[in-house]
Design a protein around this ligand. Structure first.
Ligand code: C2E
Ligand code: CA
Ligand code: CA
Ligand code: CA
Length: 271
């Protein structure tokens, strides 16, 4: 029994070491990926529910690993968030997508807005505000054509530094969105103190609205509440026509989801 116990210890030790080594290797790979073209932004259409037009695209970062193929941002973004690497990735996304969108807008005469995700850690980066200002100045993308999406949990961290950064971003003229709304614990009162433009209802609230009166009632009340404080409302994760029709009835402003368009490379989306 004793030797078996020891063997098991060694097994766990090896498993743990392997896991840690894989993490370290992935982090190093990710550092290299930024400079070798393995990272690229996919764009998902955002549709205006009043007109049916695509009015914006959300940039969603993709990593095509040379050996392991596509790796999900759900995996590599949290890894990047463990270090300052997220600031490097964030800056890359900002520069690359503003350049791409500005070029598309002028080449096609499109009035298309851009939505970019920001990590909570980027709000603590003193270079964030100048980086956003520079990206706009360099590309000529109008500030009001850029929305920065920050998750509800990131916004609810009670730090005055983050609040200051949000104010500074807003004074550049960019718009701010609260992402994954409903997954945190913010109250209407807290929402009012933040100067936001858009509220994005988390996908978990949209799934099932067509089949459940209760689920639809919750979404209806989120929309009413957001409108009451002057926010534009976006529904994410719209996967069916029924959901789309219902959201329109509930006077939701914008929607995105697989039913309206999957995230794709710019060349594919705008061919
Ligand atoms: P998110 O910002 O909430 O983005 C929405 C996610 O839902 C995306 O996953 C998108 O592909 C997916 N999605 C869109 N429509 C549907 C649908 O109809 N059904 C379902 N089941 N899913 C849908 P993705 O691209 O895997 O990104 C995951 C998360 O990674 C994002 O969640 C965001 O938090 C983060 N992320 C992605 N790109 C960036 C980035 O450039 N910077 C930062 N900081 N985070 C990013
Ligand atoms: Ca988002
Ligand atoms: Ca979301
Ligand atoms: Ca999310």
């Amino acid at each position: 029994a004793k030797s078996r116990g020891r063997g098991r210890f060694e097994f766990f030790d090896v498993a743990l070491r392997t896991r840690m080594q894989r993490r370290l290797r992935m982090e190093q790979d990710l550092r290299d990926a930024v400079h070798s073209g393995q990272l690229w932004p996919a764009y998902q259409p955002v549709v205006d529910l009043h007109t049916g037009d695509m009015v914006a695209v959300e940039a969603l970062l993709r990593w095509t690993h040379p050996k392991h193929g596509p790796i999900s941002p759900a995996e590599f973004i949290p890894l990047a968030e463990e270090s300052e690497l997220i600031n490097v990735l964030g800056k890359f996304v900002l520069n690359d997508t503003t350049r791409e969108l500005a070029a598309l807008r002028s080449a096609r005469g499109l009035d298309l807005s851009l939505k970019v995700n920001l990590s909570v850690r980027q709000l603590d980066d003193p270079h964030l505000v100048p980086a956003v200002r520079d990206a706009l100045a360099t590309t000529g993308l109008p500030a009001n054509a850029l929305t920065l999406e920050v998750t509800e949990s990131a916004l609810m961290r009670d730090t005055s530094a983050a609040a200051e950064v949000l104010t500074a971003l807003r004074s550049l003229g960019v718009l701010l969105a609260i992402d994954d709304f409903g997954t945190g614990y913010s109250s209407l009162a807290q929402l009012r103190t933040l100067t936001l433009d858009t509220l994005k209802i988390d996908r978990s609230f949209i799934t099932g609205i067509a089949d459940s009166h209760d689920a639809a009632a919750i979404v209806a009340s989120i929309i009413a509440m957001a409108h009451a404080v002057g926010l534009t409302v976006v529904a994410e994760g719209v996967e069916t026509e029924k959901e789309l029709i219902l959201l329109r009835e509930l006077e939701c402003d914008q929607a995105q989801g697989y039913h309206l368009g999957r995230p794709s490379a710019a060349a594919e989306l705008f061919r």
